[in-house]
Each structure stands twice: as structure tokens, then as C-alpha cells.
Write a protein that binds this ligand. Structure first.
Ligand code: NAD
Length: 356
């Protein structure tokens, strides 16, 4: 039976790494009908939006998508297409495994972490006000009334909503995964000592869920201490559950423990749809040069195949990636540089995909 998958190539290195991924998936023999849909700055002129309705309709109909990264302009311009997709389909769980691969060029070995990042709330909800907005004046008035330390009138403000339901959903996803996959411990990462209302609610809720899963050890760590601990000895961690912003930052930190952003896959899971994508962004500094590492995108496809019930093909892909990296003859520039200090003899994106 052929599976239907929406493929959003994205921009920057997106088209190159998704092409590499597609060829690797096809080499497994699993039959996939790819529905290619474009999103991002490149479609603004044609559709007047970076996220055309036809993309949303395709993902909604098919239920499974894999995407390349999409550039988000800093400060101005449209809000993130990536965040919009997560909101549109309530993709509440961002799952990012960080697993050492042979010859990944990292300083660390045997890293095996899984990050569960809440994907729809927190400062990424996009509720923001510029200085001078009436909402800022109104909030300043409320803060004054409450006798709290007032903020400056020329402040910009971001609102950080964290709900009990949202925290419970990501916590349950993390604990259920831990039970299903024989993991030993879940660590909640937060800053509840300072953000007592928002992170406090997150932590209380995760603790409640932890008490419903007594077979899994539970601990919590303040985000700054967690970062230090991860860098010092990642083996003290197993499954991590975090609100959106810390989850984003700690995901990149953990990608750095396993050879960098080119190595870290991810999945955005909701109740009716799943969208798979690498942890990294569109890497404009190396776009269009056939030098990006497609491993993260290829491993995201392995997660997608598992989701589609094609566990054997997923394992075939992981084994092929491990073998190619272990052999070390055909690796991309980032891996080569980490291993030898130079990019000499590095393979291109597509040549590496061929080797895999
Ligand atoms: P980035 O992840 O694109 O790049 C950071 C660094 O890592 C760069 O030096 C880049 O060359 C390198 N890198 C990233 N992926 C690589 C790969 N596959 N192989 C080799 N090297 C790789 O982060 P950035 O530069 O901060 O962001 C660029 C754009 O991507 C921004 O507009 C950002 O908003 C967007 N972004 C999109 C997503 C997404 O689509 N899900 C995620 C993160 C960032």
C-alpha cells in the first residue's frame, strides 16, 4: 500500500536536504506518494501569505507531512510559518531524540536523550505588543494597581501563556513514551523559582503526571542548571520535558552533544496530524552549495516511517546512516571539520545521500 505524505521543501537548505531525504526513503522500497507543497517567503507574491491555504488543506487531508526548514525574518515581516503550522494543527508535542552516532565528530559518546518540547504555548504564542500600544498602557495600569514594580512606558511586551491542559498533554506524551520505550527517568526543566505562576503551573502539572507513572523516575531541574548538567555529563539525563522556549534552546544544545544541528531529527505530533522536520533552521549561510548535512532530515524521515507503521524501513535507514558515518569515507563538511579540523575531502549533500 502506498502512503500519502505532504512534502514541504521549505527554503534555504530545505530543498537540498529534502531531496536527499526523499531519495533515501525511496531506496527503502516503501511506496510513498509525495504531495509537494510550497510555503515560505518564495510564495508570498503568488498567494499573499507565506502559508497558503492549499498547504493547510493538504496537511489536514493527508495527516502526515515532512518539511524542510523555513526562514523567519527577524524583527519584522511575517510571523513564523513553522509556529503557524504547529498552531494550525495543534501539534502540541515536539519530540527530538539526540542519539550519538559513530563518527559524528562530537566530543561526547553514547549520548541518548529524548526531548519533549511543548510546542504551542509559552512566549511562542505570539502575543506581543510594541511600545506605545494601548495594551502596554493598560497592562502598566494593572501592574501599578497591583502594587507591583512598574515597567517602563517604552517597553515592548510578550505574554507567556502556559496552561494546565497544555502542560499535562506534553507531560503525558513524555511519560507514555518513557514507559513504552523502556526509558528510566523523566526530567522536567523549568524556571519556576522566578516565573512562579507560569513555570510553577507547568512544574506542578508535570509532577502530578509523574505521580501517575510510578515506574518512571522523576526529577526537576532549573533550566540554567540543566544546561550546565547536560554539558558536563549528558548520561545523567534520559527523557526531558520542557515548555516551548526552553525546549527550543535546549534542543539545539543537545544537538551540539551529538555532532551538531545536521544530526538532530524531530517530529511535531498532534492528535490528528504529524509533521516531521530536522531541529535546525534554513542555514542561509550554506544554502544552495550542496554542502548541508541531510542526516537530521533523513532521520526525521525514519521517525515518519515509524509513525506510518514502517518500522523495518525506519531501522534500515538508521542502520545505513550509522554505517555510512562509521565508515567515514563519505561525510559532509560539518562532520569532516569536526573529525579532522578541515573540510578537505568532504562529500556533498547528494553524494552523502547516495552513500547512505
Ligand atoms: P540554523 O539552524 O539555520 O543554522 C545555525 C548554524 O548551523 C549555521 O551555521 C548553519 O550553517 C548550521 N547548520 C544548520 N543546519 C545544518 C545542516 N543541516 N548541515 C550543516 N550545517 C547546518 O539557525 P539560524 O541561522 O539561526 O536560522 C536560520 C533561519 O532558519 C531563521 O530564519 C530561523 O528563523 C529559521 N529556523 C527555521 C526552523 C524551522 O523551519 N523549523 C527552525 C529553526 C530556525
Amino acid at each position: 500500500m502506498a502512503h500519502d505524505v505532504v512534502l514541504i521543501p521549505g527554503d534555504g537548505i530545505g530543498p537540498e536536504i529534502t531531496e536527499a531525504m526523499r531519495r533515501v526513503v525511496e531506496a527503502t522500497g516503501v511506496s510513498i506518494t509525495w504531495h509537494v507543497e510550497q510555503a515560505g517567503a518564495g510564495v508570498m507574491d503568488e498567494y499573499g501569505t507565506p502559508l497558503p491555504q492549499r498547504v493547510l488543506d493538504a496537511v489536514s487531508k493527508v495527516g502526515v507531512a515532512i518539511k524542510g526548514p523555513i526562514t523567519t525574518p527577524i524583527g519584522t515581516g511575517f510571523r513564523s510559518v513553522n509556529v503557524a503550522l504547529r498552531h494550525a494543527f495543534n501539534l502540541y508535542a515536539c519530540v527530538r531524540p539526540c542519539l550519538s552516532l559513530p563518527g559524528d565528530g562530537s566530543r561526547y559518546h553514547d549520548v541518548d536523550l529524548v526531548i519533549f518540547r511543548e510546542n504551542t504555548e509559552d512566549l511562542y504564542a505570539g502575543i506581543e505588543f510594541d511600545p506605545g500600544a494601548p495594551e502596554v498602557a493598560a497592562l502598566a495600569g494593572l501592574v501599578d494597581q497591583a502594587g507591583l514594580r512598574p515597567f517602563r512606558a517604552d517597553s515592548a511586551i510578550s505574554i507567556k501563556p502556559i496552561s494546565e491542559a497544555g502542560s499535562r498533554a506534553i507531560a503525558e506524551a513524555a511519560f507514555e513514551y518513557a514507559e513504552r520505550c523502556g526509558r528510566r527517568k523523566v526530567t522536567a526543566v523549568h524556571k519556576a523559582n522566578i516565573m512562579k505562576a507560569t513555570d510553577g503551573l507547568f512544574l506542578r502539572t508535570v509532577r502530578e503526571v509523574a505521580s501517575e507513572h510510578p515506574s518512571i523516575a522523576f526529577e526537576d531541574k532549573i533550566v540554567d542548571a540543566a544546561c550546565m548538567g547536560l554539558v558536563q555529563d549528558p548520561s545523567n539525563f534520559d527523557v526531558l520535558v520542557l515548555p516551548n522556549l526552553y525546549g527550543d534552546i535546549v534542543s539545539d544544545l543537545c544537538a551540539g552533544l551529538v555532532g551538531g544541528l545536521g544530526m538532530a531529527p524531530g517530529a511535531n505530533i498532534g492528535t490528528s496530524c504529524a509533521i516531521f522536520e530536522a531541529t535546525h533552521g534554513s542555514a542561509p549561510d550554506i544554502a544552495g552549495q550542496d554542502i548541508a548535512n541531510p542526516t537530521a532530515e533523513i532521520l526525521s524521515a525514519a521517525m515518519m516511517l515509524e509513525h506510518l507503521g514502517e518500522a523495518e524501513a525506519a531501522e534500515q535507514i538508521r542502520a545505513a546512516v550509522r554505517a555510512t558515518l562509521a565508515e567515514g569515507a563519505v561525510v559532509t563538511a560539518d562532520v569532516r571539520r569536526a573529525l579532522t579540523g578541515s573540510t578537505e575531502g568532504a562529500a556533498g549533500t547528494q553524494a552523502y545521500a547516495d552513500a547512505v
